[in-house]
Design a protein around this ligand. Sequence first.
Ligand code: SF4
Length: 164
Amino acid sequence: MPAKIFISACLLGRPVRYDGKGKPLHDPFVERLKAEGRLVGYCPEQAGGLPTPRPPAEIESGMNGGDVLAGRARVLEVTGGDVTAEFIEGGKRAVAFAQEQGCKVALLIDGSPSCGSGFIYDGSFSGSRHPGFGVTAALMRQAGIEVFSDRELDRLSAHIAQTG
Ligand code: SF4
């Protein structure tokens, strides 16, 4: 039985994003993984106790998820609320879920302050983004789970072809 793959729930189309919508990933490779029953969806922000919909949030001051875990940065809502604790708790729960499911790999949507792994927004809520990663991506990597973004499907496909 091939190993399960953790996936951001919004990529499966589940309406879990801050705006109450999903962001389904329409791709033949992902459809095949889904048909094979290999994808296990999870939303760290909901798991951390945040409601849906919720105000958009960004990691402050151009920092990244590693800075949040180290206590050097907060995750702030556009309305000013501090949701750092919820983001960390949700990320920890996501890692625990991935481990329970036996996942060695995670497919995470890019750009999110939780799930982003290649770029995130800089905390100014101006649409300005920079190379970086979110809180859940940081925790996944710390746990030894290899992270792929939705922009890296070719790399994920090659990885799976090698490792099963
Ligand atoms: Fe999607 Fe991750 Fe945000 Fe949940 S936390 S809505 S799974 S990007």
